[in-house]
Design a protein around this ligand. Sequence first.
Ligand code: SF4
Length: 219
Amino acid sequence: MSKLPVYEIFGPTIQGEGLYCGYRTVFLRLAGCDYKCSWCDTKHARRISDAREILSEEEIIERLNSRAEQITRRITITGGNPCIHELERLVELLHQQNYKIHIETQGSIIPPWLYKVDHVCISPKPPSSGNITEILSFADFMLSEISKELKVVVKTGEDYTYARQVHSEYKSCPLILQACTDNDPVLVLKWLIEKASADPCLGDNIKILPQLHALIGID
Ligand code: SF4
């Protein structure tokens, strides 16, 4: 048994981003991140010391069960960056409870347990974040059979160019272009739709989405 820094457990609600946007899930947000993105929407959970509670795997599962029971068996583990933590045992116990485990990470660290989850959203960080993720840092993981998607938050033209590079490197993986919600999300979304809709380099394995929960102001 180990103890993990938990910022919050919430839901059931909907996934507001990415390929599973709109699907119901419960969320486990772990505190701590190896990045400091300029437009981070979870700045409050970036340091491990931001954790509101330190819980064992069993305690986490008890909390999740009380929320998820009868409604969903999908759990999304997010952060911060959950990949800075040792989650091998949590993954094993969640699977014993028949949960489908989804992970959200920027792809800077690929721990062995990531190869045992059910879906991974890798969200490499573009130039406007101030922490550019090296596109090849998760290349080995992209060869795995784990269900996965790529998601790039786009705020600027430079970010868009970065997203295209990500797509050209990993064309077989669905790419989500997500309008940054830092300033005016609708304006950025419209700009992004216009730009991507006319781009012959992108093909049909991409989606353009807003950050739904941020757009309507829910968790
Ligand atoms: S990687 Fe995610 S959680 Fe970490 S600083 Fe960047 S946006 Fe925030």
